[in-house]
Unconditional design. Structure first.
Length: 250
C-alpha cells in the first residue's frame, strides 16, 4: 500500500498577517515536491488570507464546532472555515483535550461534521508522560482512537496524528523504534475498526519534529508524515521537513 507523505504545520495561536509571507516559501517547496502533500493549519483569523497562497498548499483550521450553526459563542463552524478557504481541520489536539476538556465523543462528532461539509480531518491522539511511565501508552492511544474515530472513517479524508503530549514543544522525541511500535499499534487498531481501509489511512507523527530529526522519524515504519508545530512557523524551518519527506520512499 503506497501512501503519499503529508507534512502538515500547526501554527497554534501564532502568526499574523505579516507572517503569511512565510507561506510563499512553503508553497514554493510544496510545488517543487509534488510527491508530498503540504498543509498548514492556520489560526482562524488567517485562514481566508492564507488560502490561495498556492494551489499546492492546503490551508486548514485547528478546530471546528460539531454543530452546523447556532448559539455557541466564540466557536467556528465547518461551513465558516470552508467558506474562508479551509480544506481541512485538526480535531482532538492534546492542547484542546487538556485546555478545553474535549472528550473523545466530541472529537468524533467534530470529525464527522467536517466530513459532512466535504472537509478533511487530522485526528490527534497521544499519551501523557505519566501514562507512558505507567506503561499505558498503547492502551491510552488506541483507546482514544477507538473513542474518537468518526463513523464512516475513510483514508480519502481522514489522517491520524500520533502526538505524545510530552514530546510537544519540548525538544524531546520518542525513539524511532517507539514511534514505529506505536504507529504499528494504531494501524492494527484501525484495521480492527475499519478493516482494509486502515491500510490507506495516513498516520502522522507529531512532537518536536525538526529538519534535523525528520529523516529518522519519517523513515520509521508506518509513519506517513508529520504534524509540526514550532518548526512550521517559518519557511526556513519547515521546508527542510518537506524536502526530507520527498526523499523517503513511500
Ligand atoms: P511541536 O512541533 O512544536 O512540538 O508541536 C507539535 C504539535 O503539537 C503539532 O500539532
Amino acid at each position: 500500500m503506497t501512501r503519499r507523505k503529508l507534512i502538515a504545520g500547526n501554527w497554534k495561536m501564532n502568526g499574523d498577517l505579516a507572517a503569511l509571507a512565510e507561506l510563499d516559501g512553503i508553497a514554493a517547496a510544496a510545488a517543487a515536491n509534488p510527491g508530498v502533500d503540504v498543509a498548514i493549519a492556520a489560526p482562524a483569523t488567517l485562514i481566508a488570507a492564507a488560502a490561495g497562497r498556492g494551489p499546492d498548499l492546503a490551508i486548514g483550521a485547528q478546530d471546528v464546532h460539531a454543530a452546523d450553526k447556532g448559539a455557541h459563542t466564540g466557536c467556528i463552524s465547518a461551513a465558516m472555515i470552508r467558506e474562508a478557504g479551509a480544506r481541512f481541520s485538526i480535531v482532538g489536539h492534546s492542547e484542546r483535550r487538556a485546555d478545553q476538556h474535549e472528550s473523545d465523543a466530541e472529537v468524533k462528532a467534530k470529525a464527522e461534521t467536517l466530513h459532512r461539509y466535504g472537509l478533511n480531518a487530522i485526528l490527534c491522539v497521544g499519551e501523557t508522560l505519566e501514562q507512558r511511565d505507567a506503561g499505558q501508552a498503547k492502551a491510552v492511544v488506541t483507546g482514544q482512537l477507538a473513542g474518537s474515530l468518526p463513523d464512516g472513517a475513510g483514508a480519502a479524508w481522514l489522517s491520524v496524528a500520533y502526538e505524545p503530549v510530552w514530546a510537544i514543544g519540548t525538544g524531546r522525541t520518542p525513539t524511532v523504534a517507539d514511534v514505529a511500535a506505536m504507529h504499528g499499534a494504531i494501524r492494527a487498531k484501525l484495521r480492527a475498526l475499519i478493516g482494509e481501509e486502515a491500510d490507506a489511512v495516513r498516520l502522522l507523527y507529531g512532537g518536536s519534529v525538526t529538519g534535523d530529526n525528520a529523516m529518522d522519524l519519517l523513515g520509521a515504519g508506518d509513519v506517513d508524515g508529520a504534524l509540526v508545530g514550532g518548526a512550521s512557523l517559518t519557511a526556513a524551518k519547515f521546508v527542510p521537513i518537506i524536502t526530507a519527506a520527498a526523499i523517503i520512499p513511500a
